[in-house]
Design a protein around this ligand. Sequence first.
Ligand code: ZN
Length: 147
Amino acid sequence: MSEANSMKGDYVQMDEVGWAQFPAHLCKGDIKFKLLHVSPERGGWTAIYSCKAGSSFLPHIHLGPSEYFLLKGRMQVRGGEAAGGATAVAPGYAYEVCDVHHDHTEFDEDSELLMIVYGALNYVDDEGNTTALIGPSQMLDLWNASR
Ligand code: ZN
C-alpha cells in the first residue's frame, strides 16, 4: 500500500502486513489497525481495525459517508441500543450517512472491523472543538509513523 499507486489500484496480502497501534489521541484502550488503501481522489481510505475489549474510538463526526463490516465481536455505536444508538454484532455490515456523530463507539469484546471511509473524520472534544482532522494523507502519516 502506498500513496503513489492509489490511482492504479491496490492489492494487499492482509496476513503479511503487521498491525500498527492506533494513536492514543484518537482512541482509548488497545486498538490496532492496518491501512489497506488511501484514496486522495475520493478523499478517503480503507482500513481494518482490531479492537480489544474495553477499547473505544474517541468522539468524531464523519464529514462523508462510511461503510463498515464487523468481522468479529460486537460494537456499540452511538452508545449502543440501550442508549438509543445501535449495536453491531459480527457478521454485520452498515452504511452510514455523511455528518453522523459518533460520540460513543465502544467494544465490549475483542472485535475486528473493516472500514471504508469517504471524507475526513473530525475528532472533537466535549465542547465540539476539533482536536484532529483525519483525511487520507493524515491516515497515511499515522500509518507510516506507527510502524
Ligand atoms: Zn465513526
